[in-house]
Design a protein around this ligand. Structure first.
Ligand SMILES: Nc1ncnc2c1ncn2[C@@H]1O[C@H](COP(=O)(O)OP(=O)(O)O)[C@@H](O)[C@H]1O
Ligand SMILES: [Mg+2]
Length: 370
């Protein structure tokens, strides 16, 4: 796979791009520290292009940004394409910038890139290029999920609050496999959720966003580590919320729990333990609810008993009793009931298959199929 690492001397850029610099200054961008004032809207593609003209001109020789896609807590993401590859292959471009000392949104120097670079799996968005821009800001180019994250997919394409059990089943095995792959490399995602899973044009789920990823490489399985609160409140396992010390061999259970919340939410359109009403960063309240409320499987949607049992095992609060990734992959709901996925293997991606799979109106779906 193509991998480029391009670092550009900022001083050099400044000297060589006077005219563009003026353009940005007109938009009140502070050129020296590369921080953006409130009114500098980076969701406007022209603004980003101006910025790149100055700080990373080599980028434009290789890639072209097409449109703004989405923003998360660390990055602004665009859709774009390669200029050099001679095809119309699309990519996701994630721009992460250090905003200011108070509003620091890069947790660690490039560690997202460092980990993502090590991952090569069909269900993980592969990083193809990386452009460092000034102190702690960067631009990464990764495999693109044409249908967006699972939240976008639900709201923009299906116009529904939840997915069918069969579709969740179809997604679950590859997601678990991608986590199993990461865990074998002693890498833990730590922020598995709907917003960090995208669907590509062939409806393969792909894990994205390695900004919370941690490595247990340095530890032996019996060694204890102190967990700190990383991830997204409602998806965080109780041992994380509790700030517990756990043996490294149980580390994979944190991602299992978040995966469990993800599929619970996909199935019922809600969070367990009455967490809908709790602020996502109110960790104490979330922990309280986990202790107080029973795990209820809602009855707004009919699901199989196999699925209910599976949910209980991946959402077990006691991490020692909770399924490991391997246990989850061995569960009958995952192992035995993958008819739809197998059908896809035989027939390839076809409109009929998708339409049957989702069994609902999919507005404007045709234009997205290859
Ligand atoms: N490879 C990709 N394909 C499609 N959409 C993506 C891709 N990467 C990111 N996005 C979109 O951008 C959003 C934010 O990206 P993410 O990497 O999760 O950043 P953050 O760390 O800020 O959460 C995602 O939720 C998704 O909607
Ligand atoms: Mg994210």
């Amino acid at each position: 796979m193509l991998y480029e690492e391009k670092e550009k001397d900022i001083e050099d850029n400044k000297n060589n791009n006077q005219s563009n610099e003026t353009k940005i200054n007109n938009n009140t961008l502070n050129k020296n520290i590369i921080t953006f004032p409130e009114n500098y809207d980076l969701t406007q593609i022209e603004n980003m292009n101006n910025y790149l003209d100055i700080y990373q001109p080599t980028f434009k020789n290789n890639f072209e940004l097409i449109e703004y896609l989405d923003s998360g807590s660390t990055g602004i993401v665009y859709k774009g394409k390669s200029k050099t590859k001679g095809n119309n292959q699309q990519y996701a471009f994630k721009f992460c910038i250090k905003l200011s000392k108070e509003k620091r949104n890069i947790r660690n120097n490039y560690h997202e890139i460092y980990y993502q670079k090590k991952l090569h799996h069909i269900n993980i968005s592969e990083i193809l290029a990386f452009y460092k821009i000034e102190d702690k800001s960067y631009f990464s180019v990764s495999e693109f999920g044409k249908f967006g994250n699972l939240d976008n997919f639900l709201h923009n394409f299906l116009k529904r609050r939840f997915l069918s059990e069969s579709f969740i089943n179809y997604l679950s095995k590859p997601i678990l496999e991608s986590l199993y792959y990461m865990h074998r490399k002693k890498l833990y995602h730590m922020d598995v959720k709907k917003g960090n899973l995208v669907l590509d044009v062939e409806m393969n789920p792909k894990l994205i966003d390695f900004s919370s990823c941690i490595s247990f490489e340095k530890y032996t399985p019996e060694q204890e580590i102190q967990l700190s609160k990383i991830g997204t409140g409602r998806y965080m396992a109780p041992e994380l919320l509790n700030h517990e010390k756990i043996e490294v061999k149980y580390g994979d259970k944190i991602d299992v729990y978040s995966f469990g919340i993800t599929i619970y939410n996909l199935a019922f359109g809600t969070y367990p333990y009455q967490l809908n009403s709790v602020q996502s960063n109110d960790y104490d309240k979330i922990l309280e609810k986990l202790k107080e409320e029973p795990l209820e499987i809602p009855n707004n949607v009919e699901v199989s008993n196999m699925f209910k049992d599976f949910l209980k095992k991946v959402l077990e609060l006691d991490y020692k009793k909770r399924y490991s990734i391997k246990d989850a992959l061995e569960d009958p709901w995952i192992k035995g009931w993958n008819i739809i996925a197998n059908e896809k293997d035989n027939t390839g991606i076809q409109e009929n298959f998708i339409i049957r799979l989702i069994s609902d109106n999919i507005p404007k779906f045709n234009q997205y199929i290859k």
